[in-house]
Write a protein that binds this ligand. Structure first.
Ligand code: 13P
Ligand code: SF4
Length: 304
């Protein structure tokens, strides 16, 4: 089938099966275009929780579909490409986190949504890049905080919130490719442009930025700000959303190397097949789901 036919077939199947298609801002353009809603991790989680659809097709990576399954246990959650994972999420494990908790009894564990359901189940509260600062402010001031798994997000959010955190040494291999030298070269090529980056970037890159935001926050900033050119420091898929949502302004990637292979695994063909076959499904065992729910629910409720 060609692209137009696939798009039309996906929309037809979604309507007849009462399915909602959610796509992360890093997805391929044609996958974003077929979705009912495109957003950042927090926006997509909130949509999943609020949806009345019977089926959620999650065009993103595994932890995102798992989070939807935690929030909406009565729905069938489909991940079109089963192998689409997140290497950062794999950098923290339950045993290691329990050991760290044992070293800091009484500490509140704040876990980035980029983590497994099992890790969320031994955490007190989850966050995304959109509300990490609000979540840290939510923790009572007399409590120690463990932040896992992203050291860059944890360090940045702690500074913004005026809190001390014990950070887990995880990172995003895609955002780690964005280097200070890339920012300086991009600024030299586009001296009028503002630098807008994701907090998963290394601290030295964050230090050079005019704005540090979640992916949807980056779009909002560029729309509301009065500059006309921006250097974008995140996964390159966001440039498509920016070109659509903020017409008339110019966007350049800080580096074209920042491509997340996992985010690109989902194709229009796979979305079609997964909706037709109603699988692969993502499920969370009931005991883990129950334990993870409170942390995830708090995440959905905290922040704008
Ligand atoms: P956002 O929640 O900002 O969309 O980020 C998700 C992600 O995986 C960033 O690498
Ligand atoms: Fe994970 Fe990084 Fe890909 Fe986001 S961009 S899904 S954090 S590997």
């Amino acid at each position: 089938m060609d692209r137009e036919t696939l798009h039309a077939e996906i929309r037809r199947l979604a309507a007849s099966k009462e399915a909602i298609i959610l796509a992360h801002n890093y997805q391929r353009p044609e996958v974003q275009d077929v979705a009912d809603f495109t957003g950042d991790s927090l926006g997509l989680s909130r949509r999943a929780a609020a949806s009345s659809a019977k089926i959620i097709v999650f065009c993103g990576v595994h932890f995102m579909a798992e989070t939807a399954a935690i929030l909406a246990p009565d729905k069938r959650v489909i991940l079109p490409e089963q192998r689409a994972g997140c290497p950062m999420a794999d950098m923290v494990d339950v045993e290691g986190l329990l050991e760290l908790k044992a070293e800091h009894p009484g500490a509140v564990v704040v876990t980035y949504v980029n983590s497994s359901a099992a890790v969320k189940a031994v955490s007190d509260v989850c966050c995304t890049s959109a509300n990490a600062v609000d979540v840290l402010r939510w923790v009572p001031p007399d409590k120690e905080i463990i932040f896992t798994p992203d050291r860059n997000l944890g360090t940045w959010a702690a500074k913004k919130a005026g809190r001390e955190v014990i950070v887990w040494p995880g990172f995003c291999p895609t955002h780690e490719l964005i280097e200070v030298a890339d920012v300086l070269a991009a600024k030299a090529a586009h001296p009028q442009a503002k630098v807008v980056v994701h907090p998963e970037c290394p601290p030295e890159v964050v230090g050079l930025a005019d704005a540090v935001e979640s992916t949807t926050g980056m779009i909002r900033f560029c729309r509301e700000d009065d500059a006309t050119e921006y250097l974008i420091g995140t996964e390159c898929g966001l440039l498509y959303r920016l070109s659509k949502d903020v017409p008339g302004k110019r966007f350049y990637p800080v580096t074209g190397a920042a491509v997340c292979p996992n985010m690109k695994m989902t194709t229009l063909e796979k979305v079609y097949r997964s909706l037709r076959d109603e699988g692969p499904l993502v499920t969370v065992p009931a005991d883990i789901r129950t334990k993870a729910l409170q942390a995830v629910q708090r995440m959905v409720e905290i922040g704008a």
